[in-house]
Design a protein around this ligand. Structure first.
Ligand SMILES: Nc1ncnc2c1ncn2[C@@H]1O[C@H](COP(=O)(O)OP(=O)(O)OP(=O)(O)O)[C@@H](O)[C@H]1O
Length: 244
């Protein structure tokens, strides 16, 4: 059995009168690819924001390996090995793809000297080595998304939180992104992704957590989740075929 890399106990976040996340529990095993799905406004981004420290918990506990994250600010969580890849990538437009990834490699790691090796590795994992010398300006949505993954991977994270990595991608780009995330896991990074593209999420994830209105309503393998009546009622509408 692999070790738990990230766990949540009674995780709760209230914004004034609104409970965005309520009593959510999770245990993410090291080396896994997990999905987080649910309807718009279910609380998915809020949960990731609690893990990265962008929001403080109202109550509950989040542990990374054996460490309670409560006292750690965002940058310390990143240094500890939690990285996030956003849906909208905001690279430095005038810098090349390689330079943008190098910034990720250097971020918060002044003691490191092998920036070029780490940068090349991240470019390769994301499948954008051939774009390395192009400026970030004018990249396609698919290439920008891979650049976002590469920048996160260049921080050498133990856990990558990915926000809708397949949103707005065509089928070829989606397949490439799925491969990219598999490469990330092969390199030893655990992945937890929010994704609405059910074909992608069911083809790549070992397990999926489903939240609705701030509460966890299901967790299981892709097959279990897509056949779960609660998930069908709250989110899917109709059963979908899992991608396996
Ligand atoms: N900073 C905030 N202040 C007040 N309410 C917030 C804040 N952030 C999120 N919320 C509310 O919390 C609830 C959960 O929002 P969240 O963005 O986490 O949902 P989501 O599942 O990520 O949705 P989507 O799939 O549309 O991105 C929503 O009702 C939202 O309006």
């Amino acid at each position: 059995m692999s070790k738990t890399i990230l766990s949540g106990r009674a995780v709760t976040k209230k914004f004034r009168g609104l409970t965005a996340i309520e009593d959510v529990e999770f245990d993410i095993p090291e080396g896994a690819i997990y999905g987080l799905i649910g309807p718009n406004g279910a609380g998915k981004s809020t949960l990731f924001n609690l893990i990265t420290g962008y929001y403080a918990l109202t109550s509950g506990e989040i542990r990374f390996f054996d460490r309670d994250l409560a006292s750690l600010p965002t940058y310390r969580r990143n240094q500890a090995g939690i990285a996030r890849a956003f849906q909208i990538s905001k690279p430095f437009p005038a810098l090349t793809v390689r330079e943008n990834v190098r910034v990720g490699a250097m971020f918060g790691k002044p003691e490191r000297t092998n920036f070029d090796i780490v940068t090349d590795e991240a470019l390769s994992i994301a499948g954008i080595t051939e774009l390395a010398d192009r400026t970030a300006e004018g990249l396609t949505v698919g290439a920008l998304r891979k650049l976002e993954i590469a920048r996160a991977v260049a921080t050498r994270p133990k856990l990558l939180l990915a926000d809708e990595p397949c949103a707005g991608l065509n089928p070829t780009e989606t397949e490439e992104m799925v491969q990219c995330l598999r490469n990330v896991r092969e390199r030893g990074t655990t992945v937890w992704l929010v994704e609405h593209d059910m074909r992608a999420v069911t083809s790549i994830c070992d397990r999926i957590i489903v939240i609705d209105a701030g509460r966890k309503i299901a967790e299981g393998t892709p097959r279990e989740v897509v056949n779960n009546p609660k998930v069908i009622a709250a989110y899917l509408g109709t059963p979908v075929e899992d991608g396996n």
